[in-house]
Design a protein around this ligand. Structure first.
Ligand code: CA
Length: 491
């Protein structure tokens, strides 16, 4: 195989935050196999999603487009007839393509295979297209003995989801793929998505340990009405299915909160351990079959997650813990082992980057850019230094819809709190629109909303101008008043 057309192994988990990977300095767990990937390649420290929720992020990863372009803003299906999808373009260019595991891009499906799980009859076809072989979980899928959909129909596979997904991928690599072609293989884990059911191998991990609480565990949400309204608190919103036991009698509130946290975070980390083991098995296979040098391996997750940070589980907010995606990539022919990339990347850039490695021109309709030069340590002059983010799903976990930008030093957020017809959105919480501003160099935990400080007026105007530039560039509609009035802070 010519070195200019690497195989691509794209491993993605669901809701795995970078701060639960030891290569990213985790305080709470070890991920030796993900670390092995980082040691053999590059680790990105500023990789971010453009909407921190599963389905829209997955659509963006495949298309290189924002949710207002793909039509996947909440839980809308991705129309599989859309031609601008990375796997279709790679397939047309001669790649052998396959996906195993979580798909989650179709709740309303017309393909006969899918009809029994259709939520919205008559909506767009959204089963996987552009994959030569596929075997995917219906919806969120099950952790134990999961059903899968295939082009031939529904099958049940015994075992634990992370292990079974890995087995399917290894079977395909070792016997079912076309060895005359380079491959594009997506291994998409269900883990560590809620309700965090661990595999048998890891059920007892951390059993006699106390996992440290994050620094912002007891955040009071001062100056942040949307954060105060969110219903994803460790104490109050985790349910019995999440924690799989009843709290002991007689605990104080802080003790109960810690009890829920320990129950939650241990199961979450046990699920992560199963994904880490999967990464190890796949890397072992590449080594044993002499494919490691010619295979580009990526590990990422569809977005980050709150691991007790701000007193929360879940994601959705533009705040750092959910915005940041882990991104580890190994490609020995081009990327220096043990390197760290600090330049800013978003999930709109994934598809153009993969196409670049495959020697395929990215279509104009893709809104991201190739990071290939950045990944080999040669970040081009004038590289992007801000990103546009929009969370559309007003009301999911009672979180208000918002948009904003993150630069290398600041974050400006406009909370507009309207459903705007987005699938699965509600009128509540009907917050009065308002702004948040954070100086990430002084306040990396985003506890102090400094939007109302008159000293920041020039900074705010500059950031609003950049926000509007990005909205115009990507073709999204602003909802805010452009220029804040002097001396009139928001409600
Ligand atoms: Ca997710």
């Amino acid at each position: 195989m010519e070195a200019t057309r690497p195989n691509i192994l794209f491993i993605m988990s669901d809701d795995h935050a970078a701060h639960a990977i030891s290569a990213y300095g985790s305080r709470i767990n070890q991920t030796p196999h993900m670390d092995r990937l980082a040691e053999g390649g590059v680790r990105l420290t500023n990789c971010f999603c453009t909407n921190a929720i599963c389905t829209p992020s997955r659509a963006t990863i495949l298309t290189g487009q924002y949710g207002h372009v793909t039509g996947v803003r909440g839980w809308e299906p991705l129309d599989n007839r859309r031609p601008i999808q990375v796997q279709k373009l790679l397939q047309s260019a001669g790649y052998n393509t396959a996906i195993f595991g979580k798909w989650h891009l179709g709740h309303g499906l017309t393909n006969s295979v899918w009809k029994e799980d259709t939520r919205d009859p008559g909506s767009v076809p959204a089963d996987p297209a552009g994959f030569d072989d596929w075997c995917v979980l219906p919806g969120q899928g099950a952790y134990y003995d999961p059903d899968f959909f295939t082009p031939e129909g529904r099958v049940k596979v015994s075992g634990y989801a992370s292990d079974v997904t890995t087995d399917l991928a290894l079977d395909w690599l070792s016997g079912k793929r076309d060895p005359s072609k380079p491959f594009f293989l997506c291994v998409h884990h269900k883990a560590p998505h809620r309700p965090w059911n661990p595999g048998d191998n890891y059920k007892h991990l951390y059993e006699n340990e106390e996992i440290p609480q994050p620094e912002t565990f007891d955040d009071d949400y001062r100056g942040r009405p949307a954060a105060a309204a969110a219903k994803m608190r460790i104490l109050g919103d985790l349910n019995r299915e999440d924690v799989k036991a009843d709290p002991p009698e007689g605990l104080s509130d802080p003790e109960r909160k810690n009890w829920y946290y320990q129950r939650y975070i241990k199961d979450y980390l046990r699920c992560v351990a199963s994904v880490d083991a999967s990464v190890g098995r796949l890397l072992d296979y590449l080594d044993a079959s002499q494919l490691a040098d010619d295979t580009l391996v990526i590990y990422t997750s569809d977005q980050g997650f709150f691991l007790g940070d701000h007193g929360w589980y879940d994601k959705r907010f533009i705040y750092e813990e959910s915005l940041r995606m882990p991104f580890l990539m190994r490609y020995p022919r081009e990327v220096a082992p043990g390197s760290v990339g600090e330049a800013l990347l978003t999930n709109t850039d994934f598809a153009p980057t993969l196409l670049d490695y495959a020697g395929v021109d990215a279509p104009q309709e893709m809104q991201g850019v190739s990071a290939r030069a950045m990944l080999r340590g040669q970040t081009p002059a004038g590289w992007q230094s801000s990103l546009y983010y929009r969370y559309w799903n007003n009301g999911g976990h009672h979180i208000a819809a918002h948009y904003g930008i993150r630069t290398l030093t600041h974050k400006l957020i406009y909370v507009y709190s309207k459903p705007l017809g987005t699938h699965n959105s509600t009128e509540e919480p009907a917050l009065e629109p308002y702004w948040e501003l954070y100086d990430l160099t002084q306040d990396p935990m985003e506890l102090n909303n400094i939007y109302d400080d008159p000293a920041n007026r020039a900074l705010i105007q500059e950031l609003q101008a950049e926000l509007e530039r990005l909205q115009a560039k990507y073709g999204d509609e602003p909802l805010h008043e452009s220029i804040p009035q002097q001396g009139a802070p928001p409600p």
